[in-house]
Ligand binder design. Structure first.
Ligand code: PMP
Ligand code: GLN
Length: 382
């Protein structure tokens, strides 16, 4: 049978490639982003209780109503913007699905979408599968900041959307208030939409505020803002998240969602609607993970890697130009084979041949995992 692929150039995601290789070689996996420590046990008990209490059937397609109410309260508390839980929040099976659904709800063939690279690797295929066109703008190395003049020069009458991600995967950079002001000025008097990937909302460090689109009702009117419970509660395998938008855009989002996933895992939603009432359950994440970033940073001083700053996310990128002039993929493959430590070559998250000799480490790990990983790097001469 001839197969007419909708994504002829798509290979296997680098996260799966590196995790499979790490498993095969018995390497420590600092590549794919996921914690290796136990999630909160009270939350586990609440899910288990919800199952015993009989919450095992379909919930409403938009998400368990009480969970959406609690999320609206949380948004009001954090960002001071009133959100209507009925019309503005939909629970999804993860942040990745929320992003795909938002793009699929609004993109028409030929629409242009401005994407900053490097980026999370689902963005470009999500655009292409909808027949739309990614318009790439490089984040400025080594700070990974947005050059807004360059963004402005890429706007055309076909520009339909700008995708932003803060805190940023893979670089750990974060958007500032000035970035949001630039974005606001750029989209003013246009019909350009915004997709804001905020899955690392609570993973922001050094006292920086998270510049959520939810702080800016004027921007929210044209935005889909995507979140992930997996990232907040150290349970990436749950694949549960949500999207917040304007009532008009959310109506379109739900047209796609209702015929794709329809409704998400019921007991987890019931449990989260209770657990989220404890503000410490999300406010405590930043100091907890910042301590891991700092521990990893101090351990890495024993190596020849040079850090670039991480202000948020699970990740920190390190330069290796003091060690080798190999390209990032070759270097990462040698690292996993010789040192037994898996990382992500940042070049895999570019569409262009950009190779800055940096690799991404995930520090969302137990202390002993970080210690053992750095011991292995040192022992192998890195
Ligand atoms: N966006 C970014 C930038 C991510 O790193 C992730 C994590 N995989 C997601 C979205 C989606 O998270 P989820 O696992 O909830 O789909
Ligand atoms: N967000 C995670 C990362 O960047 C992985 C998610 C995935 O494997 N798709 O490592």
């Amino acid at each position: 049978m001839p197969v007419h692929s909708k994504l002829p150039d798509a290979g296997t995601t680098i996260f799966t490639v590196m995790s499979s290789l790490a498993a095969e070689l018995g390497a420590i996996n600092l590549g794919q982003g996921f914690p290796d420590f136990q999630m909160n046990e009270e939350l586990i008990s609440l899910v288990s209780k919800a199952m015993y209490d009989g919450f095992n059937q379909y919930v409403h397609m938009n998400g368990w109503a009480r969970l959406r109410e609690v999320l609206a309260e949380k948004i009001g508390f954090l960002y001071h913007t009133p959100i209507h839980p009925e019309s503005q929040i939909t629970v999804t099976p993860g942040g990745t699905y929320a992003i795909y659904t938002a793009l699929t709800a609004v993109l028409q063939p030929g629409d242009e979408v401005i994407v900053f690279q490097p980026c999370y690797d689902s963005y470009i295929p999500n655009i292409l599968v909808n027949g739309a066109v990614p318009v790439l703008v490089d984040l400025q190395f080594p700070e990974y900041k947005i050059d807004w003049a360059q963004v402005r020069s890429k706007i055309t009458p076909r520009t339909r959307m700008i995708m932003i991600n803060s805190p940023h995967n893979p670089t750990g950079s974060v958007l500032s208030k000035e970035d949001i002001e630039e974005l606001t000025a750029l989209v003013k008097d246009t019909d350009i939409l915004i997709l804001s990937d905020e899955v690392y909302e609570h993973l922001i460090y050094d006292g920086l505020p998270h510049q959520s689109i939810l702080r800016y009702p004027g921007l929210l009117a044209r935005s889909f803002v995507c979140f992930s419970f997996g990232k907040i509660y150290n349970c990436t395998g749950w694949k549960l998240g949500y999207c917040v938008s304007s009532p008009e855009l959310m109506a379109e989002f739900r047209k796609i969602h209702q015929f794709n996933c329809f409704s998400c895992h019921a007991p987890s939603q019931v449990a989260l609607s209770q657990f989220l009432l404890q503000k410490d359950s999300y406010l405590g994440l930043s100091p907890f993970m910042q301590a891991k970033r700092d521990l990893f940073g101090s351990l890495m001083q024993q190596t020849r890697f040079t850090p670039l700053p991480s202000r948020g996310s699970y990740f920190q990128v390190y330069r290796y130009d003091q060690i080798s002039d190999e390209d990032e993929k070759t270097f990462s493959l040698r690292l996993i084979r010789e040192a037994g430590v898996a990382v992500i070559p940042v070049s895999a998250l570019y569409q262009s041949a950009t190779d800055n000799k940096v690799v991404r480490f995930c520090f969302a790990k137990k202390e002993e995992t970080l210690e053992r990983a750095v011991e292995k790097l040192v022992a192998a001469g890195f």
